[in-house]
Design a binder for this molecule. Structure first.
Ligand code: G1P
Length: 271
């Protein structure tokens, strides 16, 4: 039902410099797998077959990763090690990868709007690869697709966050209409703790209905010159219904060194 998933992947990854000087931050590995591959596997589990990746300068490694490497496959075959590429080859064979460049960094809303030509007029998923979500059961996006089947509206994933960290997130306010499902009445991007409407923070998983593009086109940049998806979703929530879903699973903030190291250690220990 949701066949396309958008991956904003144009950011510089400054927190990981110098590692990200020549390597996209989405290609940083948690154990042996790049962050973006976890995201793509999550999208596939949610039923998506088309990955719409919004890239920027210096991101070619992402395109190469999701393409066949004949020479390497040939080498591995003679060494009887072809199993090492089995998973990624299966992904490549069963999904389409489309790309568009975001020439200027003008915020997450702008990145999503840049992806409009890859999405068209259908509802779609969004995965921020540096929010790594691990589940034993259904992936977070798959849980959200199930919810979308019932409500047919935009949905954001949320989790409870300590008050002092709320200024790193979009924060929602809403009424719980079912267990763990909130109808959003207000959303604020990175509020000061004293202005935060709740302790429910948006993490990097969204299902968006295509009218979001029209709203994004009319959304003014914030003080930093960035167009925020939070502002567009807040407008959508005022006009119609937008839901927030407290997902099941563990999320690692792999945009921070601490979260990235924790993900590596936890996933290594669970191997
Ligand atoms: C973005 C969004 C924010 C959301 C966060 C989740 O912020 O703007 O609303 O809570 O992702 O990771 P960023 O982390 O890109 O600054």
């Amino acid at each position: 039902m949701i066949s396309k998933c958008l991956f904003p992947a144009a950011g510089y990854g400054t927190r990981f410099l110098p590692a990200t000087k020549a390597i996209p931050k989405e290609m940083l590995p948690v154990n042996t797998k790049p962050l973006i591959q976890y995201g793509v596997e999550e999208a596939i589990q949610a039923g998506c077959n088309t990955m719409a990746i919004v890239t920027g300068r210096g991101k070619r490694a992402i395109e190469d990763h999701f393409d066949i490497s004949y020479e390497l496959e040939h080498q591995l075959k003679s060494a009887k090690k072809e199993h090492l590429l089995k998973d990624i080859r299966e992904i490549i064979d069963n999904s389409s990868f489309t790309y568009i460049r975001q020439n200027e960094m003008k915020g997450l809303g702008h990145a999503i709007l840049t992806g409009e030509r890859l999405i068209g007029k259908e509802s779609f998923g969004v995965i921020l690869a540096d929010d790594l979500c691990i589940n034993t059961g259904l992936s977070v996006l798959a849980q959200m697709v199930k919810l979308y089947a019932k409500y047919k509206c935009s949905i954001v994933a949320i989790q409870e966050v300590e008050v002092e960290n709320l200024n790193k997130y979009g924060v929602i306010c809403g009424k719980e209409i079912e267990s763990d499902i909130f109808e959003i009445s207000n959303m604020i991007e990175k509020p000061e703790p004293k202005d935060a409407p709740s302790n429910l923070a948006v993490i990097g998983r969204y299902i968006l209905t295509p009218d979001i593009f029209e709203i994004l086109r009319d959304t003014l940049p914030d003080k930093k010159g960035e167009i925020q998806i939070t502002d567009a979703l807040n407008k959508q929530a005022q006009e119609k219904r937008v839901l927030a879903y407290k997902f099941k699973g563990v999320r690692y903030d792999c945009g921070s060194i601490e979260g990235f190291v924790k993900a590596n250690v936890d996933l290594f220990n669970s191997l």
